[in-house]
Every structure is written in structure tokens, then in C-alpha cells.
Ligand binder design. Structure first.
Ligand code: 1CP
Length: 345
């Protein structure tokens, strides 16, 4: 208990303002680090990297050796969940993930969850190893994709599209879509509970494609499943803080925070800091939201923006982060500068 209470990242998530904002960065392990690229090459496929605890532990620890981050995030991917549900998932170098698209109800029924935890056992083993390996002040984050975002990959077969097929399900085959979301919600809860039992001290749920939904489907397929996830995790592990990342959902962030009951909301770069401070921070810790491209640029423009964000958000519970993941062309020394600048203020 004492060990947990002293971690600044967990304290901030629990609503306690920290003198220096705790910091970690989405995709802090990844292709911008030469040591990641070397381990990745050794692993063979990307999924092999996720499912080999020794290597997944190694790449999780790589950024912690370079930078004083307050949290480590499990190295894995949101798409191990569909993989563990028996869908074909492939990661093509330089192209991102490719899945065999779901066609209909029969495909949904085939996702029975048989062998689910067995397939994910290496992920739990990674968390157990990390819980022992990370520094005492560092918190361990587990994560999953939100049902809507995972559903888009299942239906479209890839990310970042116009989501025409997923929306055709929403608007034309809502019973099928609902069944899919319910199933993903159930397994996401199962998966996160197992991560917590393996040592995750906080969890983040990534709804990266929340940006694609208009108001009513956002309420039904982003807010509602997240309410269920929060409720069920809290029922078993009330002490574990939950971070939601409904990326680029605009003013709907207000209802997302109020209705899901998340402990923290991770903000994309489009959210005005002063608005977040007055409208979101009274209800939840906020995390974010430096533009990842400013981290690529570095120098004074980056430092000024760090100062501005901390001035606006640092008066309340706040975790410093990017508004989205680190991009591969980021110079590692800019990350070092970010952390130094934040701590030297
Ligand atoms: O070639 C490579 O090495 C693969 C690049 C890569 C990496 C490093 C992928 C493929 N996934 C990851 C790791 C990853 N993914 C983490 C690790 C922990 C860390 O942050 O250090 C996390 C949390 C994720 C989560 C993830 N995967 C999200 C949600 C966050 C976000 O970025 O919006 C999403 C949407 C994915 C899908 C995915 N996996 C990989 C890529 C390149 C993508 C996105 C591609 C797309 O636009 O669809």
C-alpha cells in the first residue's frame, strides 16, 4: 500500500495535485529508439515481440533507462485482443495492422473466447516481470483498446479509414453491431482484470477513433461501453485508477467524464488547456496534450508550449503527456529535453 501511495503518477490520477506534474508519453517504447528497432528485428514479427515476455519487458524498460518517466506502459498492442479471440491479425512493416474483416453475425458468434487467457498469458507474464523490474517510484500501466476502436479494426480490417463499413453496421445492422460491442466490452473487462491481477497499477483505455463518431453513436458506443468497463473494474479493484482516451471527441469530453466516471481523461492536442482546466479538471485528472510534432521540432517552441500547458493545467491534478503517440521520426534527445525541462521548472 505504502509503495503505491508514494508514486506521483498514481497520486495525480487519484486527484492530488503534484508540485511537478508526473510524466510519461504514449508510445514511449517504439521505433524512434534505435534499441527498440534492434529488439524488434530480433523478435521477428511484431506479435512475437508482444508475446515474448523477455523481449516485451526489455522494450518496455528501454525508455525508462533513458528518461525519468513516472510510469511504464506495458508493451503490447490493442489488437492482441482480437487476436486472442481468434481473428487473423497481421502487422505489416511500415503499413500498420491488417485484419481479416468481420463479415457478419456468424463471425461474431465464432469469437467464443476459448483459449483467450491462454493466448494472452505471455502479456500477463510480461506485467508480472515488469512489476518486479521497474524503479520504485515508477507506476505500471496496463491498457486495452476501447470496444469501438477495436471494432473498427475488426470490421474495416485496418485503421485510419473513413469507417464506412463500421458505420454501415451502426446505421443499418445495429443489432449485429451491438452484439459485437457487447462481446468486446466483456472481453476487455476480462483482459483488464487479468492485467490488474498480474500487476498493472492503473489502466488506460484507448478510444483512438472516437473522433469518427457523431453525437448519438458516440454516446452509445463510446460512453456506454466505457461506463460498463469502469463499473466492472471498480467492483473488483476500486483502488486501480482508470484513464480514458476518447481521442478528438470535442465537447463530448464533458459527458464522457461525467457519465463514465473515469479517474482521468487523456486529451488530444485539439483540446484548449484553459477549457480543460475549468470544465474537466474539477471532475477528473487530465493528461496531455502536447502536439507530438512539437516534440519532433524540439527547442524553444516545445519548451514554451510545455510551460504554457503546465501553467494552465498544473494547478490541478495533471499528468503531462502528448496528445497522441510519439512518431517514429522523433529525435530521442528531444524527449530527454522535454523531461528535463518539465522537472527543472
Ligand atoms: O513496427 C512496429 O514496431 C510496430 C509499431 C507499433 C508499436 C510500437 C504498433 C503497431 N503498436 C505498437 C505498440 C503500442 N500500441 C503500444 C505500446 C506501448 C507504448 O505506448 O509504448 C500501445 C499503447 C499501442 C496502442 C495502439 N495500437 C493504439 C491506441 C493508441 C494510438 O496510437 O491511438 C492503436 C490505434 C493501435 C493500433 C496500431 N498498432 C500498430 C500501429 C502502427 C497502430 C496504429 C495504426 C493505425 O493508424 O491504424
Amino acid at each position: 500500500m505504502e509503495r503505491k501511495l508514494r508514486k506521483p503518477f498514481l497520486e495525480a490520477l487519484r486527484g492530488k495535485t503534484q508540485a511537478v506534474p508526473p510524466v510519461w508519453l504514449m508510445r514511449q517504447a517504439g521505433r524512434y529508439l534505435p534499441e527498440y528497432r534492434a529488439t524488434r528485428a530480433k523478435a521477428g514479427g511484431f506479435l512475437d515481440l508482444c508475446y515474448t515476455p523477455e523481449l516485451a519487458i526489455e522494450v518496455t524498460l528501454q525508455p525508462l533507462r533513458r528518461y525519468q518517466f513516472d510510469a511504464a506502459i506495458l508493451f503490447s498492442d490493442i489488437l492482441v485482443l482480437p487476436d486472442a479471440l481468434g481473428r487473423k491479425v497481421a502487422f505489416v512493416e511500415g503499413e500498420g495492422p491488417i485484419l481479416e474483416p468481420l463479415v457478419g453475425q456468424a463471425d461474431i458468434q465464432r469469437m467464443t473466447g476459448e483459449g483467450f487467457h491462454e493466448r494472452l498469458a505471455p502479456v500477463y507474464a510480461t506485467l508480472k516481470g515488469l512489476a518486479k523490474a521497474i524503479p520504485a517510484q515508477t507506476a505500471l500501466i496496463g491498457f486495452a483498446g476501447a470496444p469501438w476502436t477495436v471494432a473498427t479494426y475488426l470490421i474495416e480490417g485496418k485503421g485510419g479509414t473513413d469507417f464506412a463499413n463500421a458505420k454501415a453496421w451502426i446505421y443499418g445492422r445495429s443489432a449485429d453491431f451491438e452484439a459485437l460491442i457487447d462481446k468486446l466490452t466483456d472481453f476487455t473487462v476480462e483482459y483488464l482484470l487479468a492485467q490488474i491481477e498480474a500487476g498493472a497499477e492503473a489502466v488506460q483505455i484507448f478510444d483512438s477513433w472516437a473522433s469518427a463518431l457523431s453525437e448519438m453513436p458516440f454516446r452509445r458506443y463510446c460512453i456506454r461501453p466505457m461506463q460498463t468497463i469502469v463499473e466492472r473494474l471498480r467492483a473488483r479493484h476500486a483502488e486501480i485508477p482508470i484513464i480514458g482516451f476518447p481521442r478528438a471527441c470535442g465537447a463530448l469530453a464533458l459527458d464522457y467524464v461525467a457519465e463514465t466516471g473515469v479517474d482521468a481523461i487523456s486529451l488530444d492536442p485539439g483540446v484548449p488547456a484553459a477549457w480543460a482546466a475549468s470544465h474537466l479538471q474539477p471532475k477528473a485528472c487530465v493528461q496531455g496534450n502536447l502536439d507530438p510534432m512539437l516534440l519532433v521540432a524540439g527547442g524553444k517552441p516545445m519548451e514554451r508550449e510545455i510551460d504554457r500547458l503546465v501553467a494552465e493545467l498544473g494547478q490541478g491534478p495533471y499528468v503531462f503527456n502528448l496528445g497522441h503517440g510519439i512518431v517514429p521520426q522523433t529525435p530521442p534527445e528531444h524527449v530527454a529535453r522535454l523531461v528535463e525541462h518539465l522537472r527543472a521548472r
